[in-house]
Design a protein around this ligand. Structure first.
Ligand code: NAD
Length: 343
């Protein structure tokens, strides 16, 4: 399996592989860049079809974390871990402790957090064997409320920049795709701010709850992105902005929580060509990683104020994109690189 010539390899500082005989743990930790601080990032557990796909995920996601933390001005580098396995069947406390020992071997180069397939409780188990862990129940906990707050601020910034300078969200129509931990909390905040909601989820219960509690209009999960609205907020899947969906969008703004929303980088230019303002995913969904920077602090309002800076970060990014006539995702990459490469 290629590493240095793998598609996702981008000058990664350190890539470590671990097999543990006793528990069957098969895991990879990728550390992309530590110029700004220790590499912080989630540990994903997923039944990858083959090892190359697991490596690719670790490489791509760890690079993304470098950019996310740099753009949010945090003292963190970028890293990510993957455990190869089906989380519902293969996860055990012994396996998690073996993962914790793997993290510990890197001696603080990488700090592990929860991700798809791992939970705050899993981080508590990992914390039994290493200090290099965030998102434990005594640490930062579940990041989703902070991510949702940051996305809400990002939607406000996009609406102010594109639609109504100095206005709030009263009467703004937002189509939310995915009513999970982040999407539902976002929908609640938008509702409280007077926005009108159209929502979709593959879980009928979540949609019913949003309709009952927030007066949201249900839409088909396959066509929510075609809703005529002010904002499309992808909060479910990656790759949702692609050759098929971009021509179908009927919104001036895309701003949501999902990671890797652009199927390919060129889709940022495709959105700009349609005069659709795109809030780059890793800029708008940084609330959870910002919270990790405040572990141990008593004053939650301080953390929330820091998360709210996502509003101004995005306003600056949008203005620069206008001035330099470049897609917002390109500007986000430039701003992040200016920080971590200069450090
Ligand atoms: P989640 O698993 O709680 O919610 C995802 C929701 O999307 C679920 O309710 C699921 O039923 C729904 N869904 C799945 N496929 C769908 C489809 N085809 N159409 C409509 N709905 C669909 O996840 P989450 O924690 O809310 O995260 C949402 C997104 O935000 C993910 O892309 C995640 O990577 C990203 N993100 C989350 C955080 C965080 O703090 N949780 C931080 C950064 C980024």
């Amino acid at each position: 399996m290629a590493v240095f010539s793998a598609p996702g390899f981008d000058k990664h500082e350190h890539v470590a592989f671990r097999f543990d005989q006793e528990t069957g743990l098969k895991a990879i930790i990728a550390v992309h860049n530590t110029n700004l601080g220790p590499a912080v990032g989630g540990c994903r557990m997923w039944a990858y079809d083959n090892d190359a796909l697991a490596l690719e995920d670790a490489l791509r996601l760890s690079r993304g974390m470098t950019y996310k933390s740099a753009l949010a001005n945090l003292p963190f580098g970028g890293g990510k871990a993957v455990i190869i396995g089906e989380s519902r069947q293969d996860k055990s406390d012994d396996l998690l402790r073996a993962m914790g020992l793997f993290v510990d071997r890197l001696d603080g180069l990488y700090v592990v957090a929860e991700d798809v397939g791992t939970t705050v409780q899993d981080m508590d188990v990992i914390a039994e064997v290493t200090d290099h862990v965030a998102c434990t129940s005594e640490g930062s906990g579940n990041p989703s409320p902070y991510t949702a707050l940051g996305v809400f601020e990002g939607v406000r910034a996009a609406v102010r920049h594109k639609l109504r300078a100095n206005a709030e969200l009263e009467g703004v129509h937002v189509a939310v795709q995915g009513l999970g931990q982040v999407g539902f909390a976002l929908a609640q905040q938008l509702h409280d701010a007077g926005a009108t909601l159209t929502v979709a989820d593959i879980s009928a219960d979540a949609v019913t709850m949003a309709a009952d509690e927030l007066g949201a209009t249900p839409a088909d999960p396959d066509s929510i992105h075609t809703t005529k609205a002010d904002v499309f907020a992808p909060c479910a899947l990656g790759g949702i902005l692609n050759d098929r969906t971009i021509p179908q969008l009927q919104v001036p703004i895309v701003a949501g929580a999902a990671n890797n929303q652009l199927a390919e980088d060129r889709h940022g230019a495709a959105l700009a060509a349609r005069d659709i303002l795109y809030a780059p995913d890793y800029a708008i969904n940084a609330g959870g990683i910002i919270e990790i920077a405040h572990i141990g602090e008593q004053d939650d309002e301080n953390t929330r104020d820091h998360v709210r800076t996502i509003h101004d970060t995005l306003i600056n990014l949008f203005r620069r994109a206008d001035a330099e006539r470049l897609p917002t995702n390109v500007i986000a990459d430039m701003m992040a690189q200016e920080r971590f490469l200069a450090a």
